[in-house]
Structure formats: structure tokens, C-alpha cells
Design a protein. Structure first.
Length: 107
């Protein structure tokens, strides 16, 4: 049996050696930009150029609907807007399943 396989692995299953487990710590400490999407809309360039102070843009979403929490343009969770010490925050109410977040894992 190869050093990269154990009794639970089958052909084509690559099990990393024990020393490789610590490599995941390097990835887990990386900072990633998190974006909260309140909504979106499209508008003609002419309308966009007329925007100014006091303009209102309809995002097509009710204030009570959950907002999307995104990493790398992928929705990873949904939450509700809350106030934390005078700042906006997000209370997570739903986390997207790993298969929905990373569809390439199923391939």
C-alpha cells in the first residue's frame, strides 16, 4: 500500500500524509474580502449620470429580506442587518451548503 493511501482509501483516492494537515492552517489564516449585497439593479448610463445627492435607487428588495454574504462573488451565507455598537453588522441566518458554494467539488 502506498504511503498516501490507508485502509479506507480506494484507487484514485489521495490521502495526504499526516504532515500535510498543518498546511491547511496557512490557508485558514488568510484574510478574504467579504461583501454584503443588499440588492442590485440595472439602469441606463443616462440615468446613472443624473444621480446626485438625494437620489434614490430602488434595489428591488424589501428591507426585511435577508442580504447576501459573498466571498469571491459567491454567496456563502444570508443574514439580516443589525446595529452593533452604532455600526452595521450582519446576523447570519443561513449558511449555503458546501456543494452550493463550491460546485466544482462535485465534479
Amino acid at each position: 500500500m502506498s504511503e498516501h493511501m490507508n485502509e479506507t482509501s480506494g484507487p484514485g483516492v489521495n490521502v495526504p500524509p499526516q504532515g500535510d494537515a498543518s498546511r491547511i492552517d496557512v490557508i485558514l489564516d488568510m484574510d478574504l474580502p467579504v461583501v454584503v449585497r443588499f440588492g442590485h439593479t440595472e439602469m441606463p448610463l443616462r440615468t446613472l449620470t443624473r444621480l446626485g445627492p438625494g437620489s434614490v435607487i430602488d434595489l428591488g428588495r424589501s428591507p426585511d429580506e435577508p442580504v447576501d454574504v459573498m466571498v469571491s462573488n459567491r454567496v456563502v451565507a444570508r443574514g439580516e442587518v443589525v446595529i452593533v455598537s452604532g455600526n452595521y453588522g450582519i446576523r447570519i441566518i443561513d449558511v449555503v451548503s458546501p456543494s452550493e458554494r463550491m460546485p466544482w467539488l462535485e465534479a
